[in-house]
Structure formats: C-alpha cells, structure tokens
Write a protein that binds this ligand. Structure first.
Ligand code: HEC
Ligand code: HEC
Length: 206
C-alpha cells in the first residue's frame, strides 16, 4: 500500500508540488501484509484503491475503476514487472482472490518459497509495481473517457444473480469459488463448470 501510494505521490509532487509533497505517506504503512499482517485486502490493491479515491470523486466511476483493478488482479498471472533489464524473471501466479492471504499463499506454494522469505518479498515488490502501473493506466484512460467496468466473471455474475439481486443475503464481488468450493446437496443447480472442482477429493455420496 505504501509502495503504490509513494509512487503516485512522488510523481505528482515532482510535477505539482503541494499538497502531494507534504502528504503524510507514513499512514499507508498500515496496509502491509493485508492490513497490519492480517492477510485481508492485498496492500497493493488497497493503495491502488486509495489513489483512485484521491483522483476520482464520482461514486460510480470510482467503483468501476476499483472493479477493473480488482478483477484484473484476481485473474492476471503476475508479477510481470522486472526491476532492471537483467533481473531474473520469477515464478508467476494468478491470485484468484484480492486477499493477501490467498494471493501470497498461492504464490509461495507454487514457487516453493516460505511466507516471509526474501523471494516472497521480491514477488510482492514486483507485484506492487504492476498494480501501480495498472492503476495509472486506468486513471489515465478514465480522463479520456469515463471508466466502464467490463463485468464480473460468469461465475460471480451467476451466483450474485440470486444471492444479491433476489435473496439479498450476500455482499461483495470477490470470486465466490475462492472460498466456496462446494455447495450443499440442497443447493439449487448452478450451470456446469462454474464452480471449480474442490482440490480435496470429494467424499463419495452414501
Ligand atoms: C438459482 C439461484 C441461485 C444461484 C444461481 C446460486 N445460489 Fe446459492 N443459494 C440459493 C438458495 C435459494 C440458497 C438457500 C437459501 C439461502 O441460504 O439463502 C442458497 C444457498 C447458498 C449457500 C449456503 C450453503 C449451501 O451450500 O446451500 C451458499 C454458500 C451459496 N448458496 C453460494 C452460492 C454460490 C457460490 C453460487 C455460484 C456458484 C450460488 N450460490 C448460486 C440460490 C442460488
Ligand atoms: C474470502 C472468502 C469468501 C468469498 C470470496 C465469498 N464467501 Fe461467501 N461466505 C464466506 C464465509 C466465511 C461465510 C460464512 C460461512 C458460515 O456462516 O458458515 C460465507 C457465507 C456465505 C453465504 C451464506 C451461507 C449460509 O450458510 O447462509 C452465502 C449465500 C455466500 N457466502 C455466498 C457467496 C457468494 C455468492 C460469493 C461470491 C460473490 C461469496 N460468497 C464469496 C466466505 C467467502
């Protein structure tokens, strides 16, 4: 969170001076590790959304920008940023979730590194650069034409068509299957292929 916000503030301060040059940036350090190490919202996304909030005050456009940024993060194989031309590429993964807990956990499992390792930190630093660049790209495009959200994944759209629009028992737009991998036997049928099969072997029906 600090990394993304510091990148924007430094760039804006160099061009425009105040108020960017005296912004109390240290406040953004709370976002590290998914907010104070709680593994909730990825700090890079928290920073991107904060910067979006600074520059876009219209609610609908702001939410569209955040939705574009967050769904890109859930589905894109990252990190792609390389600090220098000669930097070694590192393993990449699609987070499937906006949560630090799942995003970092998945990458560590895939790359064989431990949580807290230098490799993990390098991955999060590069990811931070990717998120800052994406946020700038979206904000610049939004200046030319108001941001429209490309739309939720087919899965979330289908789940929310009942749970949000009809049942009003669910809030949020996160990828449902990142947590709900199996539904009860009583659950109404959902289109095939929407929920990824659970990695754990299913208990065979009695
Ligand atoms: C056709 C409408 C409909 C769709 C589509 C739908 N649900 Fe449901 N869902 C229900 C109803 C009705 C219940 C039972 C009442 C309740 O708990 O609100 C339910 C219950 C649930 C429950 C409670 C536990 C369980 O398994 O029954 C979860 C979790 C859930 N749905 C998640 C999802 C997810 C994730 C999706 C998308 C893959 C989804 N639902 C799609 C209608 C739907
Ligand atoms: C980060 C994990 C996570 C994500 C992502 C998530 N859920 Fe949940 N969901 C939960 C948890 C935890 C509960 C509470 C479960 C409980 O009460 O046992 C819950 C509860 C629910 C319930 C009520 C279940 C009940 O027993 O009444 C529904 C319906 C539901 N979620 C639907 C969805 C839908 C639809 C999506 C996607 C838009 C979604 N969830 C995304 C974790 C998640």
């Amino acid at each position: 969170m600090y990394g993304v916000c510091a990148g924007f503030m430094a760039t804006m301060a160099a061009e425009h001076g105040e108020p960017y040059s005296s912004f109390p940036l240290h406040m953004m350090q709370y976002g590290a590790g998914g907010v104070g190490g709680w593994g909730s919202l990825c700090g890079a996304l928290n920073g991107g959304a904060a910067v979006i909030g600074l520059f876009e005050q219209d609610k609908q456009r702001r939410e569209n920008l955040i939705a574009q940024l967050f769904s890109w993060y859930e589905t894109t194989v990252l990190p792609s940023y390389r600090p220098t031309k000669d930097s070694e590429p590192i393993p990449k993964s699609a987070a499937g979730s906006v949560l630090c807990h799942a995003s970092v956990g998945k990458w560590c499992k895939l790359s064989g590194n431990e949580i807290g390792s230098q490799e993990m930190k390098d991955r999060c630093h590069r990811l931070t650069a990717d998120v800052a660049a994406k946020t700038a790209e979206l904000l610049n495009a939004n200046l030319r034409e108001p941001c429209k959200f490309a739309g939720l994944s087919a899965e979330s759209k289908s789940c929310l068509s009942c749970h949000s629009d009809e049942l009003h028992d669910t809030i949020g737009k996160m990828q449902c299957s990142s947590c709900h991998q199996q539904l009860s036997k009583e659950h109404p049928a959902v289109p095939d292929g929407l929920l990824k099969p659970s990695k754990a072997p299913r208990k065979s029906a009695p």
